[in-house]
Design a binder for this molecule. Structure first.
Ligand code: GUN
Length: 284
């Protein structure tokens, strides 16, 4: 193996330590803990695991956390009513609605109902606008976590060729905006890109956020590139794996994130950072 492993657990542990110290200060100053509320609708197995991880992370850094589990049968209006209830609760600084929601629920309307000052996922229109205008505010957790990993490993972005594969609102688009804000030369590739390999081979920093196991193979990677794998897939044997074919890519890349243990822990850590930020703003 030639690539250096980017250890998301290590960078997470460092940041969570810093958040814990700031939480202690916050509690001394304001006599309460920062609070996160997670709303989960239904029993999607992946969401159950993700939400559990988020609540555990809150416990680890000493935040107050609550989880409102709503039945699958809830309508869009009922979920929005729950969001509005939490919006009005002064003990909650950060609110997130775990996605995906059941098919019959209008996800866009639910996301839009989250109060902007509590939107710790930064999925709402206000945060998306701030990000596009490079105005510094709460940042979407997965792309923000990736930027923190690049910083920790001293991987430069300015002037580098950055390729993001995938254009989702949660990862691809905000990732491209953050790399651009850091002065990268950014290309977004997606399902209509005719020759994906020709684009990815240009990348000094390659981020794949598609959700297809084995999409990125060693022959698609520039020697020495930093390869960031946002994929969370199951292979034929049911094992958790990313979009990147780890075995072939690690021989070519300069840096690589594993799945699990790469981007995943960082997403949760940035959520914690965003909750602290929201709590400090609420006290201003
Ligand atoms: N589903 C997959 N990733 C995320 C995330 O970062 N936040 C929320 N709310 N739902 C998700």
């Amino acid at each position: 193996m030639s690539a250096i492993l980017i250890d998301g657990k290590l960078v997470s542990a460092k940041l969570r330590g810093e958040v814990t110290e700031k939480r202690i200060e916050f509690e001394k100053k304001y006599g309460r803990k920062p609070g996160l509320c997670v709303i989960r609708v239904g029993e999607d197995p992946a969401s159950v695991v993700y939400v559990r991880n988020k609540l555990r992370a809150c416990e680890e850094v000493g935040f107050a956390s609550t989880c409102n589990i709503l039945p699958e049968s809830y309508t869009t209006e009922q979920v929005i009513a729950e969001v509005e209830k939490v919006n009005a609760d002064p003990t909650v600084d950060g609110l997130l609605v775990q996605l995906p929601l059941p098919k019959h629920i209008d996800e866009a309307r639910v996301v839009a109902a989250v109060a902007p000052e509590k939107d710790v996922d930064a999925f709402g229109k206000l945060d998306a606008g701030h990000l596009c205008l490079d105005e510094g505010n709460v940042l979407p957790c997965t792309p923000a976590g990736i930027m923190e990993m690049l910083k920790h490993y001293e991987i430069p972005v300015a002037g580098k060729e950055c390729v993001v594969v995938g254009r989702s609102n949660i990862v691809g688009r905000p990732m491209a905006a953050l790399l651009l804000a850091a002065d990268g030369t950014v290309t977004i590739a997606h399902s209509r890109t005719p020759d994906l390999g020709a684009v990815t081979r240009r990348a000094d920093i390659l981020v794949s956020a598609v959700g297809r196991a084995g999409l990125i193979t060693g022959d698609m990677v520039k020697p020495g590139a930093a390869v960031i794998d946002v994929g969370m897939n199951r292979n034929a044997e049911g094992k958790l794996c990313g979009d990147v074919d780890f075995d072939s890519v690690k021989e070519v890349a300069g840096y690589i994130t594993p799945v699990p243990g790469g981007v995943g822990p960082m997403t949760v850590t940035m959520l914690i950072c965003n909750t602290l930020y929201a709590a400090e703003n609420a006290e201003k």
